[in-house]
Design a protein around this ligand. Structure first.
Ligand code: ATP
Ligand code: MG
Length: 358
């Protein structure tokens, strides 16, 4: 059995992946896949929280996300690309964990509140919408993950997950509540290690509206598949509020974040930032064009890799099938441990995951 630390993270198929995913999470995953046991979850069930009326789109987006993964450098030989809806242990643990979390605690989750507001859900969201926050604790704990590479917005979800893990280990494994989270006993005597959020250098990439987080569902994203022309156009819309080339610019503006993140030459970066802040005859438009070119340079090799998988759903499905089989081996083991600890074990069970059509 592998003794490497386990990484779990994932994406909801509510659209294609964008630059925010790359800088906020996927870039880090590509590094981690060499040294850790990585599982990357296609959270297709969670997409039904807001798009239950669009099953075909969810289906297509799930496959497109895999293409984006491959484009960005995720290697299915190293990391298990996993389809959430075919990992039954996750759903079983969701039900159990829902009993360990007070309802009000779930509803206090700031990311959930924010999503309700930003996505304009009002009070018309489904019962499953807040349940997805509980589901996400199960996504992570089913793999007994040690770390979760995510953007900043996900930190409250990881905090909720840590609470569930601690509560479970205390209630059902007799671990004293004063035991530190990183004490090895947590994993030796408990079922779940307490997972950490691994927030990359860019925890939150602002979208091309210059205000909100770049997000699949907010129409403010530069997609991995965007052509140079599209990138230039989208970036051209980035609002800065600056009036003229001689106005001193705000060093903390979204535009300067983009310069920081995407201009790779350190000298040029410092020069652009210096001129902008001083208002030294440099227009926003000029900077945007330069950033757009840098972004397209980053995307070009990804788009080339992605093109190899265009129109070939069979290969993509084989990759998911293989990754999901590995995920089921791991999560069935966790489920058996969790059932034994919590009084749910009456006999052993073995599920065969063949991926054969019924
Ligand atoms: P949705 O609008 O459907 O919530 P999303 O664009 O927020 O989509 P998710 O699938 O919710 O994408 O997020 C997947 C991962 O990518 C998470 O770890 C999240 O923190 C990270 N991420 C998403 N957008 C950004 C961003 N703009 N900057 C940094 N990280 C991000
Ligand atoms: Mg999101």
């Amino acid at each position: 059995m592998s003794t490497r630390e386990v990484i779990l993270t994932g994406d909801t198929p509510t659209g294609q992946l964008h630059l925010g995913h790359y800088v906020g999470s996927v870039k880090r995953r590509v590094e981690l896949q060499d040294t850790h046991d990585c599982f990357f979850l296609l959270a297709n069930l969670h997409a039904y929280t807001t798009r239950a009326d669009h099953p075909n789109e969810i289906h297509t987006d799930t496959l497109e996300i895999v293409r984006d993964y491959l484009a960005m450098g995720i290697d299915p030989e190293k990391a298990a690309i996993t389809l959430q809806s075919e990992v039954p242990a996750i759903l079983e643990l969701t039900f159990l964990f829902a009993m360990l979390l007070p309802f009000n605690r779930v509803m206090r989750n700031p990311t959930l509140k924010d999503e309700i507001k930003v996505k304009g859900l009002g009070d018309n969201y489904s019962f499953g919408f807040p349940l997805y926050a509980v589901g996400q604790t199960a996504d992570i704990l089913a793999f007994r993950a040690h770390a979760v590479p995510v953007g900043e917005d996900q930190v409250p979800h990881i905090e909720l997950t840590r609470e569930v893990a601690r509560r479970f280990n205390k209630l059902y494994c007799g671990i004293d509540e004063n035991v530190e989270d990183d004490d090895p006993i947590m994993e030796e005597q408990g079922v779940f290690p307490i997972p950490k959020a691994d927030v990359g250098k860019v925890g939150r990439l602002v979208g091309t509206d210059g205000v909100q987080k770049m997000s699949k569902s907010l129409n403010n994203a530069i997609l991995i598949t965007d052509t140079p022309k599209k990138v230039k156009k989208k970036l051209g819309q980035l609002y800065t509020g600056r009036q003229s080339m001689t106005d001193p610019g705000d060093p903390d503006s979204a535009l300067m974040d983009y310069v920081d993140i995407f201009i790779t030459c350190e000298e040029r970066k410092a020069e652009l930032k210096g001129k902008y802040v001083r208002g030294d005859n440099i227009g926003d438009g000029h900077i945007k064009v330069e950033v757009a070119e840098a972004i397209s340079e980053l995307l070009a090799p990804m788009q080339e890799r992605r093109a190899q998988y265009e129109g070939d759903d069979d290969t993509i499905i084989d990759i998911i099938k293989e990754g999901t089989a590995r995920a089921n081996a791991k999560t069935e083991e966790t489920l058996a441990m969790a059932k034994e600890a919590s009084g749910l074990k009456f006999f052993s069970r073995e599920l065969a995951f063949t991926g054969a059509p019924v």
